[in-house]
Design a protein around this ligand. Sequence first.
Ligand code: NAD
Length: 429
Amino acid sequence: MSTLLDDAHSRLTEAYRLAEVPDEVQERLQHPRLAVTVSIPLRMDDGSLRTFAGYRVQYDDTRGPFKGGIRFHPSVAPDEVAALALWMTLKCAVVGLPFGGSKGGVAVDPKQLSRLEVERLSRGYLRALADLIGPERDIPAPDANTNPLIMAWMADEYATLHRRHVPAVITGKPVHLNGSLGREAATGRGALQVLQSWAARRGLTPGATTVAVQGFGNAGYHFARLACAAGYRIVGLSDSKGAIYSAAGFDPDPIWRRKHRNRELKGMVYCDASVCEAAQADSLSNEELLQLPVDILVLAALENQITEANAGAVQARQILEIANGPVSPGADAILAERGIPVIPDVLANAGGVTVSHFEWVQNRTGEYWEEATVNDKLAATLQREAQYVFEQAEQRGISLRAAAYLHALSRIGGAIRERGTWDYFNAGA
Ligand code: NAD
């Protein structure tokens, strides 16, 4: 069975052929610069000691410091982290940010830990990797099951180790602790902006467009909330515990508030409720949600959700990838044959890292922006890059993913060449 990293490389290979990327650039993108595994000893509340595996992969930093989130999930493994780090490299290039790509994670089910155990684990991760992290070196951010609070603990640990404030070391921090206004909603907001650009080209009007969202976490919730406010009809929602359906459409806000009531009351890091308990609606299985006959299927949970096994059953007219890698390469081919376009992750979910860049800039200058300024800059970046990708796909007759990859490869390839591909040292040059 192919790994997630094999999948990531196989898609790149296709883009190399289209873009005639020089062999040396391909060779440089074949391997991460650094991949480490660390052991994180965690003192549990009952006094016992457990050890968790932590990972960091720094894929490529030709265009700027490494940038990539940290995920807490039982399935986190070196191969998955490397694939996500490669995608971060491409994503930063697609939207023209001055960053390379990295990713990290801990193999843990954080929902089994107490709040203090999650704090100790977060600080332990940062301590174990502190020598590799830094505002001009590698800048983490939240990903699945990590959030602003966890970023705050990590930033505090870094400041304690270095005996000075270094807010630009991590992005996605709480606003009270040098975070940026607009960061928490940025991934969902950016995805909606990309969708709006797509809708304008396709003549879709929000009021006549139905949407199902898989994954009602940070990215999925903010997307659903903003899409509903823009007039889209959100007919399906799911989380890891189940899915709900309403032909009339949901208002995602009260569902989110009910889902998170317990978490807020008990001061928990994670919520223990599901969308199914938070709304009076028809319930569906997670698999059924993926097969709803909607205009837009939004994938905002985890990777490999649409594969060769279920791509034939998708009835959506188009797919928006907010999660990283939710459509496998085999499924891509089936969907292409069936005429279902996929707006790819490296473009659709780039709003988060774009506002992370704004947070890093604000931390380094000490000047903080109004939320409207952040949102306007985000919209300008994503609309510009999305238009370019959509035009390239149309002009060249290629998939949206291939067009996004070509855009990224032209920026990364250019930077690799301009930094010196060491032709100078070639024998006989
Ligand atoms: P999150 O942990 O806040 O939310 C994930 C959601 O997916 C949860 O509601 C969870 O219950 C749900 N889920 C998990 N398995 C599911 C399944 N099989 N079916 C339905 N729902 C399921 O995470 P997030 O930060 O929202 O990230 C989600 C995805 O978006 C990840 O792939 C992440 O890498 C990507 N992403 C997030 C950001 C960001 O800024 N948060 C940025 C870029 C990409």
